[in-house]
Each structure stands twice: as structure tokens, then as C-alpha cells.
Design a protein around this ligand. Structure first.
Ligand code: G3P
Ligand code: MG
Length: 247
């Protein structure tokens, strides 16, 4: 099966929502992305200590909340009490960290295409990987509307992606890497309905040529310069992740 998602018509995906104008990975960021007419947003999912899925990027709470420490060591009750907006601007004081199952109906109502990136810790154990895969699968099975097509799920861990694919055969997948090399491309070639999500500086001309010959869709992150974004799109990128995805 070829890659099933449709690319955004302007080529751009709002990275963590509309992260240049609102606190990343929050409802405000997603609503603003929709208000600006974005067709796609990306966001990150992690587990709390008590295994609830939350939309959050960093392994620690330090940068984007009023609390310190690891998110994975924080309970649902604690996460719900945090302010994930003030670090960005006082205007967003008390913006909550979104819980995936609570925010999903709102996101689906926006009619915006989603790229859900699954995040593990920097040195994940097999248990951590299996737990995230199982909880995410269970959540999709109970909360994803039956008539709604699957959307793009990405992760930097192949085993986790393959676990998802084993349970949902037509799930579009994105493998994330800061590097691009022949071995990644060879591996991707064997996986149907999968794309390569790559750090934009690793997408050199020879690598792009190789990806195109192998017919592997590629997406570039994170590009906040319109000339670079346009040049990558011209080279054949499926889409570009940007904090300021407006043309
Ligand atoms: O999915 C593209 C991009 O979000 C990957 O980098 O660190 O912003 O999640 P990061
Ligand atoms: Mg991400």
C-alpha cells in the first residue's frame, strides 16, 4: 500500500500546533492552528506515571511548566494541576497539559489532519516501549471514531511502530530520525504505508535523490525559514514541520 495520507496543500505542518504563537502542544496552540487555516498539526504523546497519555514534548517538565522533574514520575492529579502556558506568555497562564482522550474529540472537530508522535524516554526499556504501544493501541480502539480514517503516527523507535502496525494493518507510519542513511532507507523500503520524518539538515541532495528513487515519502523537521521549506518542498518533500507554518 502506498502512503495513504494526503499532503497539506501549502506543504506545511504546524509543529506542536502553532508553536510560534501559542504554548506548544496545548489546546490554545491547536485552536490557533485551526484558526489560521492549517491543514495539519503535529503533537507529541507521553505517558504519566499512572499511564495516562498526555500531549507533551520534553522528558522533563522544567522548560514548559511551573514544575520540575520528569513527566513520567508525575501522577495524573499532579499533571492536571500544572501551568503549561505561563512560560510562553502571561496571556496563557494556567493553560493545562492536554490529556489525549479528553482533547481528542475537540481535535477531531477541528477537521485538521493529525500527526501523533509517540515519545519514549532517552533510554527506553522494552517494558516502557510495550506499555506505550499497548496503551496507545487500546486508546485508539476505544476512542477513535470507527468511520474516521487513521492518521499519521510517528516515532523514533522502529519496534514500537512495528508493534502498532502488527495490530492495525493500515495505520500510516512515520519513522523519525535525526540522521539519514542508506540503511534507514533500505529498511523503510520494506514497510508499506510508511514515511521518513527527518531532521532537515540531514536531508542532503544525495539523500533526497536516494529517497526519491526508492519512492519513500519524506517529511522534514523543524524548518522555520520559508526559503528552506520551499526548497525542500520543491525537492519532493511530502511536508515540512514548522513552528510558523504560514506562507
Ligand atoms: O515530528 C517532527 C518533530 O516534532 C520531531 O522533533 O523533537 O520536535 O518532537 P521534536
Ligand atoms: Mg514532535
Amino acid at each position: 500500500m502506498s502512503f495513504s495520507p494526503h499532503p497539506p496543500s501549502n506543504g506545511l505542518i504546524g509543529h506542536r500546533g502553532l508553536a510560534a504563537l501559542a504554548p506548544e502542544n496545548t489546546l490554545s496552540s491547536f485552536l490557533l492552528a485551526a484558526k489560521y487555516g492549517l491543514e495539519w498539526i503535529e503533537f507529541d504523546l507521553r505517558l504519566t506515571q499512572d499511564n495516562n497519555l498526555v500531549i507533551f514534548h520534553d522528558e522533563t517538565l522544567n522548560r514548559t511548566t511551573n514544575h520540575q522533574g520528569k513527566l513520567a514520575q508525575c501522577t495524573t492529579a499532579k499533571v492536571k494541576s500544572l501551568d503549561a502556558g505561563s512560560w510562553f506568555s502571561p496571556e496563557f497562564k494556567n493553560e493545562p497539559i492536554p490529556f489525549f482522550t479528553e482533547i481528542l474529540p475537540k481535535l477531531l472537530n477541528l477537521n485538521i489532519y493529525l500527526n501523533i508522535e509517540l515519545k519514549l524516554s532517552s533510554k527506553p526499556t522494552i517494558i516502557e516501549q510495550n506499555t506505550l504501544a499497548q496503551i496507545f493501541l487500546k486508546t485508539l480502539k476505544t476512542h477513535w471514531p470507527k468511520q474516521k480514517p487513521w492518521q499519521l503516527i510517528s516515532c523514533a523507535h522502529w519496534p514500537l511502530l512495528m508493534d502498532l502496525r502488527a495490530h492495525i494493518a493500515d495505520l500510516p507510519l512515520g519513522f523519525l530520525s535525526n540522521n539519514c542513511n542508506a540503511s534507514i532507507i533500505r529498511h523503510l523500503k520494506t514497510i508499506p504505508n510508511a514515511a521518513f520524518h527527518c531532521y532537515f539538515k540531514a536531508l542532503t541532495e544525495p539523500m533526497i535523490a536516494h529517497l526519491k528513487v526508492q519512492q519513500i515519502p519524506f517529511l522534514a523537521y523543524t524548518v522555520n525559514n520559508l526559503d528552506i521549506a520551499n526548497s525542500l518542498l520543491k525537492s519532493g518533500a511530502f511536508a515540512i514541520f514548522s513552528d510558523f507554518p504560514l506562507k
